[in-house]
Ligand binder design. Structure first.
Ligand SMILES: Cc1ncc(C[n+]2csc(CCOP(=O)(O)OP(=O)(O)O)c2C)c(N)n1
Ligand SMILES: [Mg+2]
Length: 427
């Protein structure tokens, strides 16, 4: 057996695969838009540590100012699109800030993981989807749900554990779900959502090709973190998705940390995008702090999946502006690193782009900020005033067999049987 080296274009912004060894029945896989070619010379891989900074120095990335200048010279969006992106990112950021406030006021329980800093990824990808498309998230899921259209009041109410939440208060922060909006769930075990997303993509392909539902050209996005890419489920699902050419995009939100573990200390090759070509799918790296770049890559990958050309792996290099969860004092990350990324705030960058290209005025953006403030005030008020779930809901949707562990033959909850707590079992 002989192996032929796969050739890559070494743009770190967007890396097309151009396999010289096409697999049987497959055309060579490639991303080939003008945008990708245009950006081929502008590496913007920033990295978090000395090691990555040194790596990038060797690649001579343009200084940040030059990158911004270059962005502003390309009109990548219309005014309407720009305002939609801005509104969605401000919604995500402000929602999470409000969430922190409510958490510290004792309005929610359990772990709460915020998305501040990563908004360009959710907005850049999800705002390009259709309603019928599906997303699967992690425990850092509030903003993905919001971008996909789940109303703020339902997400806030879910966080408050109230009956009006999008999971009737049974999911909480880490388990946002909405059938109506095709949000297939936030998943607390890392990597757990990737097979669910792969299964959803499989069912989409099955509907189209086996059940002949020609209009079923929907796409699934799987969001997960850098740390998760060291889990087996990631590799297993890349394999199946490539093998069956599933309509899925694997979106890695590489925020450079897995709780307190640096990505560089945990991963043999920190460039996650490279794992795509290893499975025969495009692997792309994009600056995840730039919503316009994310959106362009998202378009390529989503359109490709919709055309039936198979999956892609997109690594978005981003950063979280807060601790891992609201219980994390965030003492392990270097203040200089945090400062560096604070200076690359994706919302500030989009604002600058909109102003410099005369796509929005200060007043227009302020009006959006005000609207979001009002939406969130209303969401909190709604959550506060909503009822707690009924006690009878306690064990619903917990067991596949409702007469199983939780509910006795007489239809009563076993935990209500005085004898239930004898021994070791507790509810
Ligand atoms: C299967 C499993 N193992 C361990 C954990 C504990 N855990 C919670 S978050 C986390 C780190 C995940 O990091 P990453 O994938 O980079 O996501 P991020 O939090 O940075 O968004 C770990 C190991 C878990 N939730 N699930
Ligand atoms: Mg991470």
């Amino acid at each position: 057996m002989s192996f032929t080296a796969t050739k890559f274009s070494h743009s770190l912004l967007a890396v097309p695969i151009n396999s010289s060894t096409p697999r049987s029945n497959d055309k060579p896989l490639s991303f080939s838009s003008d945008l990708f070619k245009h950006n081929a010379s502008s590496s913007s891989f920033l990295g978090s540590t000395q090691k990555l900074l040194r790596l990038n120095a060797r690649r001579s990335p343009p200084p940040v100012a030059a990158v911004l200048l270059q962005q502003t010279s390309n009109l990548l969006i219309t005014k309407e699109e720009g305002l939609v992106l801005y509104e969605d990112m401000v919604l995500g950021r402000s929602f999470e800030d409000k969430c922190a406030e409510m958490y510290y006021r004792g309005k929610m329980f359990g772990f709460v993981h915020l998305y501040n800093g990563q908004e360009a990824v959710s907005t850049g990808f999800i705002k390009y989807l259709r309603k019928e498309d599906c997303i699967v998230s992690t425990y850092r899921d509030h903003v993905h749900a919001l971008s996909k259209g789940v109303p703020s009041r339902e997400v806030m109410s879910e966080l408050f554990g109230k009956a009006t939440g999008c999971c009737r208060g049974q999911g909480g922060s880490m388990h946002m779900f909405s059938k109506e909006h095709n949000v297939l769930g936030g998943f607390a075990f890392i990597g757990e959502g990737i097979p669910v997303a792969t299964g959803a993509a499989f069912s989409m392909k099955y509907k189209r090709e086996v059940l002949n539902q020609a209009d079923s050209d929907n796409v699934t996005l799987a969001f997960f973190g850098d740390g998760t890419c060291n889990n087996g489920q990631f590799f297993e699902c890349l394999n199946m998705a490539a093998l069956w050419k599933l309509p899925i995009v694997f979106v890695v939100e590489n925020n450079l940390w897995a709780i307190g573990m640096s990505h560089l200390r945990a991963t043999s090759d920190p460039e996650i995008w490279k794992k795509g070509p290893a499975f025969g799918m495009p692997g792309v790296h994009v600056d995840g702090m730039d919503v316009l770049k994310v959106r362009e890559v998202a378009k390529e990958a989503i359109d490709r999946a919709r055309r039936g050309e198979g999956p892609s792996l997109v690594e978005c290099e981003t950063y979280r502006f807060r601790g891992h969860s609201l219980a994390d004092p965030d003492e392990l990350r270097n203040p200089a690193e945090k400062q560096h990324y604070a200076g690359r705030d994706p919302i500030t960058a989009l604002k600058k782009y909109l102003f410099e290209n005369k796509l929005a005025t200060e007043q227009e953006l302020k009006a959006i900020d005000k609207k979001i403030d009002e939406v969130l005030e209303e969401a909190v008020d709604f959550a506060e005033k909503s009822p707690a779930p009924a006690r009878s809901q306690l064990l619903e949707n917990v067991f596949a067999d409702p007469k199983g562990f939780g509910i006795g033959p007489d239809g009563r909850y076993r935990c209500e049987d005085p004898k239930f707590t004898e021994g070791t079992a507790h509810v």
